[in-house]
Design a protein. Sequence first.
Length: 306
Amino acid sequence: MIRNPVPWPDGARCAVAFTFDMDADSILHLAHHRSADTRVAATSFLRYGPEVAIPRLVDLYARFSMRQTFFLPAWCMERYPAAVELIASNGHEIAHHGYLHEAPNELDRDEERYWLERATEVIVSMTGERPKGFRAPSYKFSRDTLDLLLAQDFRYDASLMGDDVPYLLESPEGRRLVELPSHYALDDWPHFMSSRDFNYFMSIKAPDQAMEVYRAEFDAMWECGGLWIAVWHPFLSGRLARCLAIAKLIEYMHEKGKVWFARLDEIAAHVEALSTSGEWTPRVDRLPFYPGPIPELGDAEPGLAL
Ligand SMILES: [Zn+2]
């Protein structure tokens, strides 16, 4: 079903990465700048991530000898340094997720560059290393994001959804960046997010129902040689019953066997090496997809219903 499956290391059938985006209360301040301080319950709901879920997840990964990737808005790193220390000291990757979870495609190019660089400075000062990977907050990758990531020597992006296996993003100048895609079925937001403060009222799923979706995606990737990337949040999936279900999912993957559990920087390095040696040739998407609104609809608001 995948026409160009990846030769994964040691004959693995698929690659698996559990990635957690530790947004904490950055999203509350962004959504309600002037009243976030009065929203105490919502703040506690989100702080559960760095305070309770991160230590739990680090323990869970240690039990399975796994090293994984965490995406952190830099403001959250400054607010919750103990969580950062725990993640880094256990060998996990810290990747870029904006400064305050700002949406890149709602900023102009200079603003986007400013926040990208400001967050990188925090990551470098707290971890001693430049970030290799980026995930646009809320998947809001802009038409300038690729150029800005290339200019800052990022090695991969993990914001897009254009394939079942890694592929390359190419800028108009012909420079390329590895894309490690996921999609909404592997995001925990649709399964678990219910909050009056964000106007999200998803009907909360039982952990086993969510795991059924994730497991089906895993089985398909295992069958066909794909890449399975979970996009989860500590304040949602780090809750107790969901974490117990995640442990069962990891056990299921181990029982099935021939799975490469890896950090995203390791997967990106593997793709780069295959690509350089010519052993495997990734598909290429040239960005931006469009230079502006399509001309067929003209300048006026089209008035066409979706
Ligand atoms: Zn996020």
